[in-house]
Design a protein around this ligand. Structure first.
Ligand SMILES: [Fe+2]
Length: 443
């Protein structure tokens, strides 16, 4: 893998927790932006990563960041490690027995009135927008054993659709909670071997499970790898289609790939399911001679059309160039949709630039980020009361290499190419991390 230093630049951790009041702003913050942008990611408790590959990065301790908007200004920025047993082992050993043993470092989700920091397969942690850790969720009890960090919420029914992939049997569970967070469906799903599953897609009637070419290889642990995951040429990549509330899973073979993130999915008609995703033609490929990972290629926007009547899957790219961390207007989750927003990947080690793709017109708009800088995923915030799918803003953290600081850039989702409507200048770095969420004040 290309050498990149996890302790310098956009992904580098911070070593402390701070509270900042009213950071400087350029431009005008839309007054309708009333709420908090939360971000989550791995940040070692002692402020330094050990090792320099992705598997030295992903498993580190959860740190959350919150930028709070109010009355056309930014009221505050703060960051906190999640209060887990792992945190207490370093900072407050006497509290360790009372704290949850999980590491919710991937994403943030508001569901059933509960704000959750989400883990990769582990149990969520209830938090507040002020980044207080509340401990084990009061709702979502059915997922206490853990779930994906990317469950989907049906925008009309309020249901939460999730899975749990595990290296211990059962290797795959699928579940649905109702709008109050009570689990209504919980199924073990038979798969031939445990595999790396990070995301799930839903339509109005079905859920789509991704059993792809990255799986577990426990022999890697003996060779110093912290997470025993790698690409397998000989696994059959498959999409599993299951009725939302349970039933037989039908598996459809696809070309070898790995999908970290889906964009969206929908029922095109009774028989056809459309899945849009960012697809890697290979991922975590281990070079047997050196014991090191090859560079991951960039991921491309890819469409699968599954004909459930005759079992045929058509697949192919929707756009050129590397993309990752796709987001949509989540009121369209599981439905036909027109726009997606994503981070551009000019090279496998850069997350730089924001792109908007319009499926209807096949056009793209771009917000360029200068070489050397990097940016996070664009979180779409709908304008309150807005009707059009693209009526809203994109909130993007941009790391400025020259000053080792981060800006929060606010783009009009309809015209991101014209530059920010406002920029919040933080005096320090917000590490690249993984995912974020917008939580309106009214929640
Ligand atoms: Fe993710």
């Amino acid at each position: 893998m290309t050498a990149f230093d996890l302790n310098h630049g956009a992904v580098a951790p911070v070593a402390d927790e701070v509270d900042l009041v009213e950071p400087p702003i350029t431009g005008n913050i839309p007054r309708e932006l009333d709420g908090t942008l939360l971000r989550n990611g791995p940040n070692p408790l002692r402020g330094r990563f050990e090792g320099n590959d992705v598997l030295s990065w992903w498993p580190e301790a959860a740190m959350l960041h919150a930028i709070s908007f109010e009355d056309g200004r930014v009221a505050s920025y703060r960051n906190r490690w999640a209060r887990t047993r792992r945190w207490a082992d370093v900072y407050a050993p006497e509290r360790a027995p009372q704290l949850p043993d999980t590491n919710p470092n991937v994403s943030v989700l508001l569901h059933a009135g509960e704000l959750l920091a989400m883990a990769e397969g582990g149990a969520p942690l209830a938090i507040t927008t002020g980044l207080d850790s509340l401990g084990v969720p009061r709702r979502h009890e059915g997922f206490g054993g853990g779930m994906t960090a990317h469950p989907k919420v049906d925008p009309l029914t309020g249901e939460l659709i999730a899975f749990r992939a595990d290296w211990r049997a059962p290797w795959l569970r699928y579940g649905v909670a109702d709008a109050q967070g009570v689990q209504r469906v919980d199924l073990a799903i038979d798969v031939p071997a445990p595999s790396m599953m990070h995301d799930i897609a839903i339509t109005e009637t079905r859920s789509l499970l991704l059993d792809l070419n990255v799986g577990y290889d426990f022999s890697m642990l003996k060779h110093g790898h912290r997470m025993p995951l790698r690409w397998y040429d000989d696994r059959q990549a498959r999409i599993g289609v299951i009725p939302r509330h349970g039933g037989d899973v039908r598996w459809f073979g696809i070309e070898p790939c790995f999908i970290q993130h889906v964009v969206n999915a929908y029922d095109r008609d009774e028989a056809h399911v459309v899945l849009d995703a960012v697809r890697y033609p290979s991922y975590l490929r281990l070079d047997a001679s050196t014991g090191r990972f090859a560079d991951n290629p960039v991921a491309m926007l890819w469409r699968y059309v599954i004909d459930t009547a005759n079992g045929i899957v058509e697949e192919g790219p929707l756009a050129d160039g590397g993309l990752e961390l796709p987001r949509i207007n989540e009121s369209r989750t599981g439905r036909r949709y027109r726009y997606l927003y994503a981070v551009e990947q000019p090279t496998p080690v850069e997350m730089r630039g924001v792109v908007r793709f319009d499926h209807e017109r096949g056009t793209t708009l771009r917000y360029a980020v200068p070489a050397g800088d990097q940016n996070s995923e664009p979180v779409f915030v709908p304008r309150p009361g807005g009707v059009d799918e693209d009526d809203g803003w994109l909130l993007v953290m941009v790391y400025r290499a020259a000053t080792d600081t981060s800006d929060l850039v606010i783009l009009d989702a309809r015209e991101l190419h014209t530059g920010p409507v406002a920029t919040v200048h933080l005096p320090r770095r917000v590490p690249a991390g993984f995912h974020g969420a917008w939580v309106p004040r009214t929640h």
